[in-house]
Design a protein around this ligand. Structure first.
Ligand SMILES: [Zn+2]
Length: 158
C-alpha cells in the first residue's frame, strides 16, 4: 500500500502557504487550502490540498472526510460560477504524490477534446504553450479573486 512520502511536494507547498510564500492561494478552508493549479491551460483549474498528510480518504476520521468532500464540492461550485464552465471534472489520483488532494477542472465546449479526460490534452512540458499556460500571478489575479469571492459567498450560505 502506498504511504505518505517524506519530502512530500504537497507538505512542502502547505509549508510555503503557511509562510505566505505561495502566490496561488485562493482560500484556507477547514480541511485544506484551495489553490489555483500550476497550469492554467484549463483556465480556473484549482486544487484542494488536504491539511492532513493522509494518502487515502479512508484514513481521515469520518467528520474530516465528510468536510473535505463538502469543501471540494464548494470549491468546484465556485470554479464553475467564476469561469462559466460547461462541466466540472473532479479527480483525486495521488499516484505521484501520496497526499490527498482534489483536482477541479472547469471544462468548456471549446476544449481540445471536451469529452475526454484532461490529462492527454495539456501542452507538452517545456513547450511554448506549456510556458504560456503556467500560473501567472499578475495575469491570473482577477480569476483567482473571482473564485475566492464565489467561494466565500457559497460558504456564507452553507
Ligand atoms: Zn504530504
Amino acid at each position: 500500500m502506498a504511504t505518505h512520502q517524506t519530502n512530500c511536494d504537497i507538505c512542502n507547498r502547505l509549508a510555503a502557504i503557511r509562510e505566505g510564500k505561495h502566490p496561488s492561494v485562493i482560500a484556507e478552508l477547514d480541511t485544506g487550502f484551495a489553490v489555483l493549479g500550476d497550469s492554467q491551460f484549463f483556465r480556473g483549474y484549482s486544487l484542494l490540498l488536504c491539511k492532513t498528510p493522509a494518502t487515502e480518504l479512508d484514513e481521515l476520521p469520518k467528520p474530516t472526510r465528510v468536510r473535505f468532500l463538502e469543501e471540494m464540492s464548494q470549491l468546484a461550485e465556485a470554479v464553475r460560477k467564476a469561469t462559466g464552465a460547461f462541466k466540472l471534472n473532479y479527480e483525486s489520483l495521488g499516484n505521484l504524490v501520496h497526499h490527498l488532494h482534489w483536482h477541479v477542472f472547469p471544462r468548456r465546449e471549446s476544449d481540445p477534446d471536451p469529452k475526454a479526460p484532461v490529462w492527454g490534452q495539456m501542452p507538452k512540458p517545456g513547450s511554448d504553450a506549456d510556458t504560456q499556460s503556467k500560473f501567472n500571478p499578475e495575469r491570473d489575479r482577477g480569476l483567482l479573486e473571482s473564485i475566492r469571492a464565489e467561494l466565500h459567498a457559497i460558504r456564507a450560505r452553507a
